[in-house]
Design a protein around this ligand. Sequence first.
Ligand SMILES: C[S@@+](CC[C@H](N)C(=O)[O-])C[C@H]1O[C@@H](n2cnc3c(N)ncnc32)[C@H](O)[C@@H]1O
Ligand code: SF4
Length: 348
Amino acid sequence: MAATVSAIELSRLGEKASGLIDPFQRTITYLRVSVTDRCDFRCVYCMAEHMTFLPKADLLSLEELDRLCSAFISKGVTKLRLTGGEPLVRRGIMTLVHSLSRHLGTGALKELTLTTNGSQLQTYASELKASGVQRINVSLDTLDADKFRAITRWGDLKKVLAGIDAAQAAGLQVKINAVALKGVNEEELATLLEWSHGRGMDLTVIEVMPLGDIDESRLDQYLPLSVVRARLADCYTLEDIDYRTGGPARYVRVRETGGRLGFITPLTHNFCESCNRVRITCTGTLYMCLGQNDAADLRKSLRASESDELLCAAIDEAITRKPKGHDFVIDRRHQKPALDRHMSMTGG
Ligand SMILES: C[S@@+](CC[C@H](N)C(=O)[O-])C[C@H]1O[C@@H](n2cnc3c(N)ncnc32)[C@H](O)[C@@H]1O
Ligand code: SF4
């Protein structure tokens, strides 16, 4: 592409080609939006105990978040995940969910979903389902109440389990996400698997990523999923399957339980070649890769004009900068965070 092509021309070209295509010919169809950096938990792998959060005045309003998401949808995004921080602690969050659900009605959006710690699901599960949300991810690393408190620092397992009950009762399909933590839940992953599958829920295990300063060493937390898989394979028959949810997980069917088990392996097996997603923070910063610092300030374009032309041009320009991938490493020589920002800022 000639360097003289303006961002607005790029935007028009992008529209003609119908979709957001990055320099590596990957089509971007999946947007994750961190609607708040705040959370009612302080998980040891995600946050330090004493976090400094953004001043509320810096956050995009719910209307601005809607406009931003809608611009991405007009450019070919078909899957939207609300995340955070804890998305369900953002005041007025259901207003945003309701309003975004209009894109499900038109068929422009295929899926509106969220990732939550489950603490507020008793309150919101029915409303989410009524708004067209079909599936949600709930993060749960252990079924042991004391361990749960130790991992989340502030969380109450009972409340989360009641939230999962409420979600299932409301008809939401629930997937459990568990971060594999060395010496913490590694002995318990089979129990979590039996429990999840027994309740008709998929389980996905995730490798801890070196994002943001926390109060512990990443090396002490990091458990490669190659080890987890080998241990589970001693007790279960794991059959590779093609099932995909549009995310980075690779799935197996566990023959004994009949359920699905996913692996998200950013460290042992980088999944960047098929990356179809970008992420927005609650201040409107677009990160084209979870593991790189390059970003685009969409808040500026959003606020510069009431029309979406500048915004769409800024989105197109940013996609031309989507990098090939990340290169997370956790070993003795790499114990510092790969990036300063925490997962709660970019959204997991
Ligand atoms: C940042 S949280 C945001 C949504 C919500 N608060 C929750 O916990 O589900 C999204 C996901 O990121 C995961 N996560 C947070 N920090 C991580 C890290 N450093 N490495 C890997 N996963 C992480 C969490 O376990 C969770 O499944
Ligand atoms: S993982 Fe989710 S629940 Fe835990 S501190 Fe981070 S944002 Fe909060």
